[in-house]
Design a protein around this ligand. Structure first.
Ligand code: NAD
Length: 290
């Protein structure tokens, strides 16, 4: 398939490389001039997009996506499909979907879970919104870049699934970390805490698969001095998107709001920037109630 890939950053570069490795003809563009082995370099986004059957974007946020889509959509061939894999606000996903549809193009919002490790290994999970036809066009590419693609509904449904998932993740990570810090102060051994909780009703992905305590549970960023992994500032971004969406539809999300406030403080006022989001545990360890 002839594919354009716009945004070759930490995630986009390995995703594009996997498409090339599977035999696809990929032309890429990134404003930072990034190049990827096997990906033909275009001088602009529209140059990469013209003639492509599928155009994939992997960009930092919704404002940039809207700007890039304004340029790409007029350059795309009629009947082509735009697949946005960035994590953006639901409104931006729906606005770009409308614009693509008006131009006779397919659109899928397909944010991912799995991080840079999943992008490199080709084991991402794609959460997708858009028409059944557009999803069917993109599905073989999701199968190369990932291990699972769920068609969640109409345009915006992928972003909705992503921010709901990550709101649970942020809240659960905080709960797991504060419980470990409490257990420490109660004199409970961390390994015993893990042995009990990981097989009891407090179990979660953050405890069982990504344990924030070093030396406990499977290997995780905690065992690598809290180097990301999934950086605290990316969690802050996703919690901000979930609160923005909650405000837009008047949903009551007090735990999501508390998690956003805590990650904001951690990233903006404390030492959280550049650390994994599980570094909430050493943060709680050094604090008291006051
Ligand atoms: P990144 O900053 O490494 O990559 C984004 C790339 O987009 C950069 O290389 C940048 O130069 C490029 N770019 C910016 N404006 C552009 C433009 N106008 N035209 C072309 N290229 C442009 O970010 P990333 O970590 O690759 O994340 C990309 C997206 O994936 C984000 O929306 C992020 O929230 C989401 N995401 C990231 C992770 C992760 O672990 N890194 C996990 C899941 C989802």
């Amino acid at each position: 398939m002839k594919i354009a890939f716009i945004g070759l950053g930490n995630m986009g570069a390995p995703m594009a490389a996997n498409l090339v490795a599977a035999g696809h003809d990929v032309t890429g563009f990134d404003v930072a001039g990034v190049t990827v082995d096997g990906v033909a370099q275009a001088g602009s986004g529209p140059e990469a997009a013209s003639g492509a059957e599928v155009v994939i974007t992997m960009l930092p946020n919704g404002a940039i996506l809207r700007r890039v889509a304004d340029e790409l959509i007029p350059a795309m061939a009629p009947g082509a499909t735009l697949v946005d894999c960035s994590t953006v606000d639901v409104d931006s996903a729906r606005a770009v979907a409308d614009q693509a549809q008006a131009a006779g193009l397919g659109f899928v919002d397909a944010p991912v879970s799995g991080g840079v490790g999943g992008a490199t290994a080709g084991t991402l999970t794609f959460m997708c919104g858009g028409s059944a036809d557009a999803f069917a066009t993109a599905q073989p590419l999701f199968d190369i870049m990932g291990q699972k693609a769920v068609h969640c509904g109409e345009a915006g449904a992928g972003q909705a699934a992503k921010i709901c998932n990550n709101m649970i993740l942020g809240v659960t990570m905080i709960a797991t970390c504060e419980a470990f810090a409490l257990a420490d102060k109660l004199g409970l051994d961390r390994q015993k805490m893990f042995d009990v909780v990981s097989t009891s009703s407090g179990y979660s992905w953050t405890m069982n698969a990504y344990c924030p305590a070093p030396g406990v549970g499977p290997k995780s960023p905690a065992d690598n001095d809290y180097k990301p992994g999934f950086a605290a500032e990316l969690m802050l971004k996703d919690l901000g998107l979930s609160q923005q969406a909650a405000e837009a539809v008047d949903a009551d999300t007090p735990m999501g709001a508390a998690a956003l406030a805590l990650y904001r403080r951690f990233v903006e006022d404390e030492d959280g920037k550049g650390r994994d989001f599980s570094a909430m545990l050493p943060r709680f360890e050094t604090r008291s109630r006051g």
